[in-house]
Design a protein around this ligand. Structure first.
Ligand code: FES
Length: 134
């Protein structure tokens, strides 16, 4: 049984696998905002699209728009989330846009029905106290 604090020694600097929760629950919405104790800039979107999970920084690289509220579209086999503020689109797998802007993406894995995201901090579906006013 996975413990939630396992570290597989991956080479993403300072990152470890973070238990987020059961896939059966997390797959009920197309996006969940996951809070980081490191602050707003480290929060992450967990997308569930076409039966796959994707993780990406939650604030748009352009001006900080909320990507969890963006539309998701597929074109030419590429899934993209479109920022609700100025409509830049980011590839859910790579974080690349058609511009020089790029979102950080994170590896996701499923173990025993639970979703893990490789990230530098713990991730929570509830705000940490310092984030709660946001
Ligand atoms: S803030 Fe996202 S496109 Fe401008």
């Amino acid at each position: 049984m996975a413990s939630g604090s396992e570290d597989d020694g991956g080479n993403t600097s300072g990152a470890a696998w973070r238990l987020v929760g059961p896939a059966s629950e997390l797959s009920k919405k197309p996006c969940r905002l996951m809070f980081s104790p490191l602050g707003r800039d480290s929060d992450v979107c967990l997308f569930y699209v076409q039966r796959q999970f994707f993780a990406m920084d939650a604030r748009c690289a352009h001006s900080g728009g909320p990507l969890c509220e963006g539309d998701i579209e597929e074109a030419d086999g590429v899934l993209r989330v479109f920022c609700p503020w100025h409509d830049y689109g980011y590839d859910l797998k790579t974080g690349k846009s058609g511009t020089s802007l790029e979102q950080q993406v994170y590896e996701v894995k499923l173990v025993d029905g639970n979703v893990y995201v490789k990230h530098a901090s713990h991730l929570s579906l509830r705000p940490f106290p310092a984030n709660q006013k946001n």
